[in-house]
Ligand binder design. Sequence first.
Ligand code: AMP
Length: 184
Amino acid sequence: MTRLIFLGPPGAGKGTQAKTLADFLHIPHISTGDILRQATKDQTPLGIKAQAYMDAGDLVPDDLVQDMVQERLQQPDAEVGWILDGFPRKVSQAEFLGQLLAENKQGDVKVINLDAPDDVVITRLLARGRKDDEEKVIRHRLDIYRDETAPLIAYYTHLQQLISVNGNHPPEEVATVLQNIIAH
Ligand code: AMP
């Protein structure tokens, strides 16, 4: 049973690696960004509420994402394990998740911190061309990452759950490193 959280700045290759590893392990890849983008596309009540935050590169309010994650983790396909990509994004969300998993006796989670230097992630994001990948918004998302999300590195280190992986290598190499970590 594998339950993993992927941490790291936008552009570190988190989404690609989380998806590849989830396929390899036959467990769902749960990306809060993907779910939110689909919700805004479908103009669901959640999507309508989330849209302005996402376009600005701001975090969507905790209650919205937390409800969404709680519901997603209750789906039958998540019984065999999962990889969470993009959640938690701040300490309050990590505390919520910790409590939720403890209630379900699923506290045996590992956290992969996929890191890469700022200049590398900015170059990668500019090449990606998503709606929120304009340079000004990218810089804002990196500021938010630094202020809100990076403290999770210390949080999960303290809980002895953190494994750091260098994302500044070709994707196939990073994928192999991740598979080896999971196998051991
Ligand atoms: P991502 O695809 O993970 O880069 O997420 C894209 C956008 O979705 C972010 O910039 C946020 O606006 C929103 N988002 C995704 N995950 C979360 C989260 N855990 N908490 C708040 N906002 C989120």
